[in-house]
Design a protein around this ligand. Structure first.
Ligand code: GRG
Length: 300
């Protein structure tokens, strides 16, 4: 087995471990409000790359983190990410019927329960993080700092802020500056939160946490631009159209602004810079480097 194959096997193993953590932190399906627990489980356990908890866990280990305090945070960030997808799929937003290869939550449970399932996942994420304070009181200072980062990067100065500008600007022509603002907040902020939280819980220095934020920003940008590229290329492939068709994108993206080739160059540049910065951190990070390359060069 070469190292590429063995990292792929390792990724599968780590993904299965994350799924077990998610299951462990899901609420019991009980009481007359049971339907909301079912809808939460339906959306959370629907697969997905588990990128954010994986980046969080790997950054934690990179800075010498040990033990299980990371687990409630890993579960929480995937709950926050999943709530954002559930709400993004709603008729008032993107109105999507399929996500992660199955019907979206509002299609299965109704729009009312779709809204509530997203709300419930967001709230339960913070309920889950609060367990870290009960279970690991000796680490409450680091947990408090990590909690603050998680909340801020998911909120109005992070993912929600980015989504607000995205929604507000849909249908308008925007330039690269606003697009970068949207991408940095909408996609980058949760990736930054994942890696920074991992570093903070492992008690990395403030300087290293700032470096991790810069690395995550680059990964987030490259990841989102690759998403733009895949959106165009996969749609064109399915429809049998020329690859440069951008008919599906009524929104401004890197591809509509700069074209596929230039976008690919930027993905390459941002990921190379992220990896170079990663190499400057202490600790063994071969798997993390491999993972960044895999995510950025993903085909779906
Ligand atoms: C509704 C508050 C609110 C925010 C929505 C995340 C988001 C903001 C919208 C989802 C749509 C989208 C394409 C966002 C960009 C980030 C992105 C590529 C999300 C998909 O993440 P993956 O690929 O998904 O990690 P999986 O399913 O693998 O977890």
């Amino acid at each position: 087995m070469n190292s590429r194959d063995s990292y792929a096997v390792l990724r599968e193993k780590k993904t299965a471990e994350i799924e077990a953590v998610l299951r462990n932190y899901l609420p019991q399906k009980e009481g007359c409000q049971k339907i909301i627990m079912e809808a939460m489980e339906y959306s959370l356990m629907a697969g997905g790359k588990r990128l954010r908890p994986m980046l969080m866990g790997e950054t934690y280990r990179l800075f010498g983190g040990e033990g299980k305090i990371i687990e409630p945070f890993m579960a929480a960030i995937e709950m926050i990410h999943t709530y954002s997808l559930v709400h993004d799929d709603l008729p008032a937003m993107d109105n999507d019927d399929y996500r992660r290869g199955r019907k979206t939550t509002h299609v299965v449970y109704g729009e009312d329960m779709g809204i509530l399932a997203g709300d419930a996942l967001l709230n339960y994420a913070f309920e889950t993080v609060s367990k870290a304070f009960e279970l690991y009181p000796e680490k409450s200072a680091a947990a408090g700092k990590a909690f603050g980062i998680l909340a801020r990067k998911a909120g109005i100065y992070g993912m929600i802020g980015g989504q607000v500008v995205d929604v507000k600007e849909t249908g308008h022509r925007i330039g690269k500056e606003i697009l970068d603002f949207i991408y940095d907040l909408k996609t980058g902020a949760l990736i930054e939160s994942a890696m920074m939280t991992g570093a903070v819980l492992a008690e990395a220095s403030d300087e290293d946490v700032r470096k991790v934020e810069q690395i995550a920003k680059k990964i987030g940008l490259a990841f989102q631009i690759q998403d733009d590229i895949l959106d165009v290329t996969s749609t064109a492939e399915v429809l049998g159209k020329p690859i440069h068709s951008d008919e599906k994108n009524e929104k401004t993206t890197y591809v509509t602004l700069l074209g596929i080739e230039e976008s690919e160059k930027i993905v390459e540049r941002e990921s190379e810079e992220a990896i170079a910065l990663l190499k400057s951190l202490p600790g063994e990070n071969d798997y993390l480097e491999w993972l960044v390359k895999e995510l950025i060069h993903r085909k779906k």
